[in-house]
Design a protein around this ligand. Structure first.
Ligand code: SF4
Ligand code: SF4
Length: 182
């Protein structure tokens, strides 16, 4: 019962956050997102922007979302046992590795794993904070694509559901072709 209530409360919080702020939360507020951005600034011989299988790997977060919902709806025992201790240790190692991957690939957790971002993605359909690209001013120079941490093409798909509304594309556009609605 408690698990059901917390799932409902979480759902209400997500809806409110989405309608009011969209994925602005991911781009500007989430501390884990900020940590990934900072790590990605560390110089590394080869930064990876995209790779074969990137698109498919992005579907992993859908599976995680379903798992998260199942765990929240049906609950699971958190009594400390040897199994849960080693599960927690495994989780720590896993997240440390994912976090360190941010040095090479920008925002790997947001792209491939985060179910929260996935839930917030639909909010990009709302007008709050939506991005608009003036196709008359856009010269398709690609400057926006180079800085996009989610590796989407802002000039082709403004308000893509993976856009985290970080505003980097808008800042670098030499033609001021990108604007926000509000
Ligand atoms: S930076 Fe501006 S002009 Fe260049 S492709 Fe992006 S939207 Fe178009
Ligand atoms: S499209 Fe622009 S605002 Fe959206 S994630 Fe990419 S750089 Fe940030």
């Amino acid at each position: 019962m408690a698990a059901n209530i917390s799932a409902i409360v979480l759902a209400i919080i997500f809806v409110l956050m989405s309608v009011l702020g969209g994925r602005l939360f991911c781009g500007k507020i989430c501390p884990y997102g900020l940590l990934q951005d900072l790590l990605n600034k560390i110089p590394f011989p080869k930064k990876i922007r995209s790779f074969k299988g990137d698109i498919h790997l992005r579907h992993l977060k859908y599976i995680l979302l379903v798992l998260m919902l199942v765990v929240n709806l049906f609950g699971y025992s958190t009594a400390p046992t040897n199994e849960t201790n080693s599960f927690d240790a495994g989780k720590t190692i896993w997240w440390t590795v994912v976090t360190l991957i941010s040095i090479v690939i920008s925002r790997p957790a947001c792209k491939y794993l985060c179910p929260v971002g996935l839930l917030l993605g639909w909010s990009n359909l709302f007008p709050f904070g939506q991005y608009k690209v003036n196709q008359d001013s856009c010269t398709q120079c690609g400057a926006c694509l180079k800085v996009c941490p989610m590796d989407i093409k802002p000039y082709q798909s403004a308000n893509h559901f993976e856009c985290i509304q970080c505003g980097k594309c808008k800042k670098v556009c030499p033609s001021q072709a990108i604007t926000t609605r509000f």
